[in-house]
Ligand binder design. Structure first.
Ligand SMILES: Cc1ncc(COP(=O)(O)O)c(C=O)c1O
Length: 462
């Protein structure tokens, strides 16, 4: 009884009174500090998931909403993988904690093809129920300081806090396309007193900004990481859907201290399958073993049918390759459209190079909104939703940005990916997508961006 009540209350801070009427009142009212670690006093559930629920409620109540607030692949899973999952539905045994051996071998082959990694050993890999869980476990067992980059994916910092770290935040800026540079790293290390061991979480390609690092940038960064003894957890989950198919892993230049984190959720559109993995360098095998041990005491092993199906998927590289290229070029077309339309009315953003996010900054209407009484990013997003039906996620603290900076994360995925994919395939990769592709095949994105653009122009009149 207490457990249910606490969990419910915990995830709905603002609705405490409802919780009390929904559940039998405990004899003695328990306070937050009685129940929850005091360092988690401000801990809240993943903000994107809650906001998504709010939008769904609005949609169910009949509102026409352009839902750009939740990022998951618009495409169906590769057909052959769906069949493989059906075929293996009867697999009910627990698998090795680090994952099925043949899956780990298939993962090595996959990365040999795409990243040119010749020396990954299946022993260096841990498979888990999503890379999110594995990232959390690394932070949990790591003895040292954790560094997160601003802006960054909404989960890294809360995970670090859950894992008992007070993470250091390394700021980047829009003028530099939200990228780290050796100078930023050097200044940061000089300014902050940190422990000997440091773990930096790098997201390349990046959610929320859509940026990717070039080969030269990574080479330069690796010098700074090496100089300052920084282990890098390189979250490369969007690497296969880099539009130019030219992803370079940090491990190419900094193999000895790079942990690669990735999985099926993005390129294979299989987020709900919950399959991710980490690849460790031999030099960090103690860390890998500690994560494997933590895994054995928490999730045991990733789901068996999914591991068997994923093995077949990785072994079928030609099908994967075709699918990846079609999805990437569709996302490229949609991302470019969003970028050009929004920047045409003065909104600032970096042109997305991968994934399905753009991180627009609405600074251009800041003074106009202020005159209307809207000062923070959250206030802007609320009025935007109200007036033009466009739902984007506010930047602000969730992305480690200041509350009065008008950055937002826009996920350009609300379109029928199956239909767009079928059309792209019907053309073949040799023929370019036509100019009206986004308007005709990604219509909700097209209309939503037009609505947003007009709303920005309207604000300028205030
Ligand atoms: C940057 C980043 N890393 C990791 C993940 C988690 O992926 P998984 O589904 O493998 O847990 C996500 C998912 O949204 C993400 O955006």
């Amino acid at each position: 009884m207490y457990d249910t009540e606490v969990i419910w209350w915990f995830s709905n801070k603002s609705t405490e009174s409802r919780a009390q009427t929904c559940f039998r009142k405990p004899r003695e009212q328990l306070t937050m500090s009685d129940l929850v670690r005091t360092d988690l006093a401000e801990y809240a559930p993943a903000s994107n998931l809650l906001f998504n629920e709010h939008i769904r409620d609005l949609i169910q109540s009949g509102r026409n909403i352009y839902h750009f607030a939740f990022g998951q692949s618009p495409f169906p899973v590769v057909e052959s993988a769906v069949q493989a999952l059906k075929d293996h539905a009867g697999e009910n045994a627990y698998l090795p904690v680090a994952g099925l051996k043949q899956l780990r071998q298939a993962i090595c082959d996959f990365h040999q093809k795409y990243d040119g990694f010749d020396d990954v050993d299946p022993e260096d890999i841990i498979v888990g129920p999503g890379s999110k869980e594995l990232i959390y476990l690394v932070m949990h067992v790591f003895n040292g300081d954790v560094i997160v980059v601003s802006p960054s994916w909404t989960t890294y910092k809360p995970q670090a806090r859950l894992a008992h770290h007070i993470p250091f935040v390394l700021e980047t800026n829009l003028d530099n396309a939200w990228k780290l540079t050796p100078r930023l790293i050097n200044e940061f290390v000089e300014k902050n007193k940190m422990k000997k061991n440091r773990l930096l979480i790098l997201n390349n390609p990046d959610n929320p900004t859509g940026t990717s690092y070039s080969e030269q940038e990574l080479q330069e960064l690796s010098g700074a990481f090496r100089k300052h003894n920084i282990i890098v957890l390189s979250d490369e989950i969007y690497s296969r859907i880099r539009y130019d198919q030219n992803h370079v892993s940090l491990a190419k230049f900094y193999p000895e201290r790079t942990i690669i984190s990735t999985g099926l959720s993005k390129w294979a559109s299989a987020g709900g399958w919950r399959l991710g993995y980490h690849m460790y360098p031999k030099q960090l095998s103690d860390l890998r073993k500690a994560v494997r041990s933590a895994a054995s005491h928490t999730y045991t092993s990733a789901p068996s049918p999914v591991q068997y199906a994923a093995t077949e998927m990785f072994q079928n590289l030609d099908v994967c390759d075709d699918y990846i290229k079609h999805c990437s070029r569709i996302l490229d077309a949609v991302g470019s459209y969003c970028y050009w339309e929004l920047t045409s009315v003065g909104v600032k953003a970096v042109k997305p190079t991968a994934g399905y996010y753009i991180f627009p900054d609405f600074e251009v209407i800041k003074e106009n909104l202020k005159r209307r009484g809207f000062k923070t990013c959250e206030e802007m997003c609320a009025v935007m939703l109200d007036e033009c039906g466009v739902a984007v996620m506010a930047g602000g603290p969730a992305f480690l940005r200041p509350v009065d900076e008008l950055t937002t994360r826009l996920c350009y995925v609300p379109f029928d990916g199956g239909n767009a994919l079928a059309y792209s395939r019907s053309l073949g990769l040799g023929t370019e997508l036509p100019e009206n592709f986004v308007k005709d095949y990604c219509t909700p994105v097209y209309n939503g961006i037009q609505a947003l653009k007009n709303w920005v122009l309207d604000q300028k009149k205030h």
